[in-house]
Design a protein around this ligand. Structure first.
Ligand code: NDP
Length: 236
């Protein structure tokens, strides 16, 4: 199950997981046209619900499991930005990012965890961000939510370690998607200048990390944060 699995990084994750042999369900929020095009192109089933809404997640997960069977791998990738410096940020901008980027971790993992515990197997992969690691001006909401994803992952990894379930974070740097296309060109140019590899990352490069962590053989990697950022920020 891949949240935000129809566009951007999630699109690549869904496609790579399918290529690796998984049956994939891609979750999206409201862009039906993109979801339809994605489904037509890839043959992957899509489901629409808001990952910021707990009840919607419970109902959506039940539907996916009825259609496709138990969920062994969940990639919590859906995320949004609502950028503003704090003195201009509205409570709505703060809440929107918190519910989609952080509440979604609870909303998706809590309903799934019991089944994984019973089956003694699970792979939970949470998508954070370089900006949750280093902080980014104009993104107090996003940086706080994405740092929260890392704390959530470390705690849950310890809780379920004996149950055959791994919980890890991937923290991408700047990846060439619509989210980054929304950054003004001048700002983007200055960001690329700070990436030692000298370019934006590709969605497929994040998908590759997901497939690695989703594998049964990645059993001893848990509670980890994988950075994939072209050496823009090297966490200690
Ligand atoms: P996109 O904006 O390209 O795609 C977002 C996807 O998430 C879409 O499928 C969208 O559905 C879905 N989505 C958004 N809100 C919800 C919601 N409430 N419920 C369910 N699905 C939702 O994003 P990216 O591919 O750029 O980003 C993916 C993840 O990677 C995010 O968590 C982001 O924070 C993180 N990230 C991205 C970076 C980048 O450079 N792009 C860098 C670091 C981290 P719909 O199509 O219906 O809108």
């Amino acid at each position: 199950m891949v949240t935000g699995g129809t566009r951007g990084i999630g699109h690549a994750i869904s496609v790579e997981l399918k290529a690796a042999g998984y049956t994939v369900a891609a979750i999206y929020a409201g862009n039906d046209a993109a979801a339809e095009a994605f489904s037509k192109e890839t043959g992957i089933r899509t489901y629409k619900w808001d990952v910021g809404d707990y009840d919607a997640c419970v109902a959506g997960i039940a539907k996916v499991e009825a259609d496709l069977g138990p969920v062994d791998v969940v990639v919590n990738n859906a995320g949004i930005t609502r950028d503003a410096t704090l003195h201009k940020m509205t409570p709505q901008q703060w809440r929107d990012v918190m519910r989609v980027d952080l509440d979604s971790m609870f909303n998706m993992c809590q309903p799934l965890i019991e089944g994984m515990r019973e089956r003694g197997y699970g792979r939970i992969i949470n998508i954070s961000s370089i900006n949750g690691q280093k902080g980014q001006m104009g993104q107090t909401n996003y940086s706080a939510a994405k740092a929260g994803v890392i704390g959530f992952t470390k705690a849950l990894a310890q809780e379920v370690a004996k149950k055959g379930i791994t919980v890890n974070v991937i923290a991408p740097g700047y990846i060439d998607t619509e989210m980054v296309a929304a950054v003004p060109p001048k700002v983007l140019e200055s960001i690329i200048a700070t990436i030692p590899v000298g370019r934006l990352g590709k969605a497929e490069e994040i998908a590759h990390c997901v497939v690695f962590l989703a594998d049964e053989k990645a059993a001893f990697i848990t509670g980890a944060t994988f950075t994939a950022n072209g050496a823009q920020y090297i966490a200690g």
